[in-house]
Design a protein around this ligand. Sequence first.
Ligand code: ADP
Ligand code: MG
Length: 722
Amino acid sequence: MATLHEIKQVLGTNGHSAGRSSSTKDITKIFGSNVFNDKVMRERLPKETYKGLRKTIEQGAPLSLDVANVVANAMKDWAIERGASHYTHWFQPLTGITAEKHDSFIAPAGDGSVIMEFSGKQLIQGEPDASSFPSGGLRATFEARGYTAWDCTSPAFLKEDSSGDVTLFIPTAFCSYTGEALDKKTPLLRSMEAVSKQAMRVLRALGNKTSTRVTATVGPEQEYFLIDKKFYDQRLDLMSSGRTLFGAPSPKGQELEDQYFGSIKDRISRFMKDLDIELWKMGVSAKTKHNEVAPAQFELAPIFTTTNIAADHNQLVMETLQKVALRLGLVCLLHEKPFAGVNGSGKHNNWSLATDDGHNLLEPGKTPHDNEQFLVFTSAVIKAVDVHADLLRAGAANTGNDLRLGANEAPPAIISVFMGEELSDILFDLAKGKKAESKGQHYLNIGADSLPALPKDNTDRNRTSPFAFTGNKFEFRMVPSSISISGPNTVLNTITAEALDEIATRLEKAKDVNKEAAAIIKETINKHGRIIFNGNNYSEEWVKEAKKRGLPNIRSMVEALEVLAKPETAKLFEKYKVLTKGELHSRYEVYLEKYSKDINIEARASIEMVKRQYLPAVMRYTGELAQIISGLRAVGVSSSVQKDLLSEISVLLDSSAKKLELLEAATKKAQSVSEAHQKAAAFRDKVVPAANELRKDIDALETLLPTCCWPVPSYADMLFKL
Ligand code: ADP
Ligand code: MG
């Protein structure tokens, strides 16, 4: 374990990387150096305490206060040695970002001095005032207490900021006085339990005697944009809504395809290096970094891990991206569509199921038994996605994604599953009751023969699919870049749990398990094979074909959320103890409200920019043109160029002034609607189109006015001056 002193030496700085770039000389020492991980626990905890805690972490056994007291004390000593004075219970309210309230370790010693104290109770439970977090009506302000409960399966860590301040972060779940979930983590943990339980039943029925738990694993690839802070500071739209609400296209976009995997510029390389080091210290296994498709767009991928840790780490990634960018005079944009006309950002949520003894259940494997297991679990996922495509779509809904899904190279709003040609052939052959044949070499008769070796490399990948099988995992690509991955994974785990439950019930009753497994695979593909699509998801034909197949095409967040209000959705979540009806409904309300608030902010920013920046600039310029024209006339020169330009600009000026009025009226009207769904629909149907109309005129004006007269930086400035 590296001491803070060693880390400082390795980094060659005062422990944080502000100022100049950090060294990566000894990454193995840096990695996890700020984490109270298993290694530290083994070193610092008495044997019995360590064993007790491991039992809680691995098997969910209750944690005794005695064990908690010893752990808390060791954690405190470790944190103080590293410069921490405060700790915080770190949680994930429904805002989608994280929350923290810092408490110092000081306690009165009784003689006017203080001692540093941290009890088991303080470690296990916190009581933040919860009244200002969204709850969708679950918790009235008069009973504003919320509780945070330690999630000991995600390790505590230290967070340093560039001032050198160090704080102990304790990952927690957040609930109300009466135990209702007020956060994103609680249902995620519950869904992990649900999928583990049902997957274990299937495994046992298939003869597995060694595994005791199944974990949902996730590796989320994070896309983001970087722009120079001096441009960001001049754009009210970016500052208030995270995306450009106006902006004529730059002459060069992404058409040359010269950004994707292109060589990384020095400034960005420095950023990525500092970012990696900050993440590594906190135990986030940042692995891959590269330029993405759009100009100024990049990606970071970590090594996959347990879902709740992956979700915690992804929150840290998003936060650290923004922090490190600021240190280098950059701003990181996490919005799904910061710039119209070029690619947006998403998260590719790679997901699989693994046993505690190290088997990936979505790995085709080599033996007939592994193959059978793989096909059964894959069938479960296919069924889950087909039955609950709408729910999965809701899990990936946010305001920004309405602009991304179905646009430039983003997955469409229609959910389908890519299985690859070879695997699809096998599945559909099995469905027809044919002995599956692959390239004439292998015949498959589930339970007896084995699958051919399946191609696992990039050649078999379909970049256009929203839900793609990529060799030993599924990649859900619809997830928005800025949201917590907890929501989509809660859905994924729960719907898979349901499909596995149904399969387990059949297998447990079967006389011949292999025969029954084959029958299950056959029936699943016959019934749900329509969700499999290996073609181009971006094409118009697919939209038509999907309609024929009866697959939902849900274009907007407001429409996507409707499934959360359906009784059958509440039943599903209640059955697997993931969310109660009340908890689910509160989420529906909170997300609808969030949409209305987002669009309201965008509309207000648009109105302000047009009124106070664009129109005054255009009026000033038309005044100058008029003066030039009358000056020319006075000296007897008649040129139509200036006059033509003036009239073209004047037409647009008039039109934009009218459209501004319409946007103001639509916004006011939407604001006055009180019912949450109707309000959100008014923002979507009236305000968004009005704002888009206004943008057309302003963007057209941008192409007519001289650069020096335009009040804000252009797309070319933001995308290429990096
Ligand atoms: P690509 O960009 O081609 O999709 P990468 O290798 O960059 O592929 O990213 C794949 C992501 O999937 C990584 O985060 C990786 O850790 C993750 N991953 C790999 N195996 C699993 C698994 N079994 N479960 C969940 N995620 C996985
Ligand atoms: Mg990917």
